[in-house]
Write a protein of this length. Structure first.
Lengths: 458, 473
């Protein structure tokens, strides 16, 4: 959308009575290739673009969204936003929309090759993932998965002079493989994501998935008990997305439903753990030089050497605590990446767990009685305020005894408590990988071990 | 738009499509969240879009756009066709569609109270009344939250077979949340009302009374003990059954899961290949039925233009059917039963639940409880934990009561119930006649993820399951 149109919307908003106004425009192109039963099921393309207009009058905030980009519709949407602000009434704590600040571009977040990928090329990449998994072993009986390729072109302008734009690309590949031998059936998962095509290795995704499935054949039941839980990055991302994130989002903390309530500045985990939100890492998924309100992003310590350091803030929730936004305003929807149809909410861009000094093998060798897991499933916080959570192992689960991987195991349900797990952190490896669970947050992390976790066979 | 849709479909055939359909939508939505007397945010959206599906050479292509002019839609159909051609590389099992009667119809649901008949100001006032009611119950209620949403949608479906269906829909819901805290114990409880129709679906409920009851119970719970951990007789209320029927009956009944086509993310189904076999006691009967007017999962035609019908899933404990698309119906050799829906025109339709439920029996609640020596009465649903075959389940309830010598005794907090599907289903020895269907507005499936409105429910059910108390404080 031409910048002149932004100026017109902001001008209209002020003419209609707004003290402040903001225009958020997103143009998204997404291609998804879905694979099932060892073949391509469907290829899908979406071109979605729209505008979110936010106005403030006498501290009352109103937001309205449209994807009809005609001038008439944009004027109506601006008036709708003002009418909503009037109904909403003043937010007494409100300070202001963001003021302009210097934005430092994050390198390597756009690859023209991804943005201009032809459909055939996308399908061929998907088939390369599929073929690698299918050809890995005769024991492979089913392969499915998806490849998502998207480009987000975002522009944000407000009446204080914020005027930022960015175009970024992402490619996410995932393969699930099923293997079978002598009545035993197992599954494996492989995932890789990146902002550039050259970093994306489709064969690796397929191979990882098939390898996990084959290694998991012959799984046996394990008895209930307390185990060291060794989570590889992919399952760890479920825990950070669905349990940990709720503890560090300012809105949850303000609502007193964070399991770290009252612990800011205090120890919440073993000192070997440091967790950040870092959207400034060159070329990584979730990388962005500004958030969805135009506030510059930064590497934000959340837990540093075991101490709880910061919450994630957008402008609205920061003003409630009389602090500055941490650059974590995000507008997320059903499609991966950004969405114009949601209002800003404080969320992580890319959780980062600092690497440890041990290799993954050393972490396993250091384990007396544990469960190594490659994929978990249905992870939920049962009581967010306490940090109780449950999840079930789905793929790549192995019993570890006296430092050795002894046998693959059938699904176990983990039912424990996040603060307890963090205090019982048994080690952090150095095998860092970036992953994302289904509909979750990006995570850049190594394998991590939590000791004395309760697990029951299902 | 009908003429333009026809032109686009004619172009699909000219390009070489064996089959194509287009869905054009105009949507409007308004929703807000009110917390502790203050409006946290209000959202308003007005969007348009079109999604075109093309089948050629046994493979599917799809393209969605937010531009509804002739040029954009003709470009979109070309892209969808190109997608299908790309998908068709090395197809081993070509997609086929089971035949259906071609329908031309206009479906307009009954709406008594439209958006403008119940202005946003009045909705906010209703929410404020609910909020203040909750907070007046006790000082222990440190947070009350109310949200009300309304979404209208006009949909046009047109296919190369000649189907032409328009839908005029509206869905609403009201969500109540009370959080109580005392002496280090926090209890956080929710209640949801809603359905297909206008705001009368919310207004007909006594939301003030519901708010008061929710706040009272939440307050009581902070002083309640938790449950013992042991296997025992469990009577589940209709709300608990709504999530159980969703997770353990609805999801594994989706034929795409049964065929392994959702294995990558949403999972598979443990009862694959078990049609005709016993999966539960004689008392277990379950169906999926989109035809229930007013329910959140109501529709007259699915997003393939197939008329809605009751899908009988379990009859007298025997697995008898699944939910189907035209494609899976062809694979199974059955009639399509209208199970395909997409969240919006941006997405391809998937096999989704509509209203999935356990059918009522002939027991009263009093009869169910009177011969239980020691058991649990599980009320409401909170959080599920399910394996990807939908075989083993664990669901936490909002609260529970001990049942001792045929009577409800202690109120219990933070109780979780677990079991395996066939063992639990076969243990069912009493099914109530007090059927209730509940709204579930956030069922997730697909890649990219689609969030769907569905209805789930049933009557009171009695069986045996593992009961667990809390692991935390």
């Amino acid at each position: 959308m031409p910048t002149t149109e932004f100026g017109k919307i902001l001008g209209h908003a002020q003419k209609f009575g707004a003290d402040e106004a903001e225009v958020y425009f997103l143009d998204k192109r997404l291609i998804t290739v879905r694979m099932t039963s060892g073949q391509v099921l469907e290829s899908k393309g979406i071109h979605d673009r729209g505008v979110s207009i936010r106005v403030i009058r006498d501290k009352a905030i109103g937001t309205a969204v449209t994807n009809d980009l005609t001038r008439k519709s944009l004027e109506t949407t601006t008036k709708d936003a003002l009418a909503i602000a009037k109904i909403r009434g003043p937010a007494k704590h409100w300070k202001s929309l963001p003021k302009p600040k210097k934005v430092k571009p994050v390198p390597d977040i756009f690859d023209r090759k991804i943005a201009e990928m032809e459909m055939n090329e996308t399908v061929n990449l998907a088939i390369r993932m599929l073929d690698q998994a299918k050809g890995f072993s005769r024991k492979i009986v089913d392969v499915s998965g998806s490849l998502n390729v998207f480009t987000d072109n975002v522009q944000i302008m407000n009446t204080h002079g914020v005027d930022v734009s960015q175009i970024s690309t992402s490619i996410l590949g995932s393969i699930t493989t099923e293997a079978e031998k002598e009545g035993s059936r197992s599954s494996g998962v492989g995932f890789q994501g990146s902002c550039s095509l050259k970093e994306f290795n489709p064969e690796r995704v397929g191979k990882e998935s098939a390898d996990m499935a084959v290694r998991s054949l012959g799984a046996q039941k394990l008895e209930a008990g307390d185990y060291s839980l060794i989570l590889e990055p992919f399952p760890l991302a479920e825990v950070t997305s669905y349990v940990f994130a709720g503890a560090v989002i300012s809105k949850m903390y303000q609502d007193k439903v964070s399991c770290f309530q009252g612990k800011l500045g205090k120890v919440v985990s073993d000192k070997s753990l440091s967790v950040y939100d870092d959207p400034t890492m060159a070329g990584c998924l979730g990388a962005t030089s500004f958030d969805d309100e135009g506030v510059p992003t930064r590497r934000l310590p959340l837990i540093e050497k075991g101490v709880f350091k910061n919450l994630l803030y957008d402008t609205f929730y920061a003003s409630k605590d009389n602090v500055a936004s941490t650059g974590n305003a995000r507008r997320t929807g059903n499609l991966p990446g950004r969405s114009y149809s949601s209002i800003p909410f404080p969320e992580p861009h890319n959780f980062v767990v600092d690497r440890g000094t041990q290799s993954k093998n050393e972490l396993i060798e250091d384990t007396k009685r544990g469960i190594l897991v490659g994929r978990i499933w249905y992870t939920y916080a049962l009581h967010p305020e306490r940090g109780d959570f449950s999840t079930t192992t789905r793929s790549g689960a192995f019993f570890v005894q006296n430092g050795e991987i002894k046998k693959p195991i059938l699904p176990m349900r983990i039912y424990d408590n996040l603060p307890r797990c963090l205090k019982n952190l048994g080690g952090v490896a150095n095998d860092v990988k970036q992953v994302t669970p289904w509909f979750g947050y990006y995570l850049t992390a190594p394998t991590v071990r939590f000791d004395s976790v309760k697990a029951t066979p299902v | 738009m009908e003429d333009l849709a026809k032109v686009v479909m004619e172009n699909a055939l000219k390009l070489g499509a064996k089959y194509a359909d287009i869905r054009i939508e105009h949507s409007r939505g308004e929703g807000f969240l009110l917390e502790n007397g203050n409006v946290e945010h209000i959202t308003s959206d007005s969007t348009v879009g079109a999604g075109i599906r093309v089948l050629t050479k046994g493979a599917w292509g799809f393209y969605a756009t937010t531009s509804l002019d002739r040029k954009s839609l003709l470009d979109a159909v070309k892209r969808a066709y190109k997608m299908a051609l790309s998908s068709s590389q090395r197809v081993k099992e070509p997609s086929k569609l089971a035949p259906v009667k071609v329908v031309q119809d206009r479906d307009v649901i009954k709406v008594k109270k439209k958006m403008d008949d119940f202005p946003l100001e009045e909705r906010v006032q209703l929410a404020k009344d609910c909020d203040s009611t909750m907070r007046k119950v006790s000082k222990k209620i440190h947070r009350a939250a109310v949200s009300i949403s309304g979404d209208t949608k006009k949909k046009l479906f047109f296919s190369t077979e000649g189907a032409l269906i328009t839908h005029d829909m509206m869905k609403c819901y009201l969500s109540l949340r009370a959080v109580a805290h005392e002496a280090g114990i926090t209890e956080d409880q929710n209640h949801l009302e809603g359905g297909t129709g206008g705001f009368e679906t919310i207004e007909k409920k006594d939301s003030i009374k519901l708010s008061e009851e929710l706040a009272k119970k939440t307050t009581e719970l902070v002083r309640a003990p938790t449950a013992p951990t042991e296997e025992m007789t469990v009577i589940m209320d209709q709300d608990f059954i709504s999530l159980l029927s969703h997770e353990i009956i609805g999801h594994p009944s989706e034929a795409d899961r049964v065929l392994g086509k959702e294995a990558a993310w949403a999972g598979v189904a443990w009862w694959k290949g078990m049609i005709g076999q016993r999966v539960g006691s004689d008392l277990l009967n379950a169906s999926d039925d989109p035809q229930i007017e007013g329910a959140l999962g109501y529709y007259k035609y699915d997003d393939e233009g197939v008329p809605a019908t009751e899908k009988v899933l379990i009859r007298d404990g025997i697995l008898v059917g699944h939910m189907h698309s035209r494609e899976t119906a062809a694979v199974f050799g059955v009639e399509p039963n209208g199970g395909m829906r997409a969240t919006s025109s941006q997405f391809v339709p998937l096999i989704r639940m509509s209203n999935t439920f356990i059918k009522p029996g002939d027991w009263t609640f009093e009869e169910m409880i009177e011969d239980v020596k020691r058991g649990i009465y599980a009320v409401g649903e909170k959080v599920p934990s399910i394996d990807n075959r939908r075989y083993n389940w664990q669901i936490s309830c909002m609260w529970a009561y001990m049942i001792e010598k045929g009577e409800l005794t202690k109120l219990l907090r933070d109780v979780t119930i677990a079991g395996t599907a066939p063992v639990f289903f076969k243990s069912i020895d009493a099914v109530g006649k007090d059927f209730i269907l509940r709204p579930i507005p956030n069922c997730g499936k697909g890649d990219p993820m689609q969030t769907m409105y569905v209805g789930n429910g049933g009557p009171h059910i009695r069986g045996r399951a593992q009961v667990m108390g809390t692991r935390g404080k």
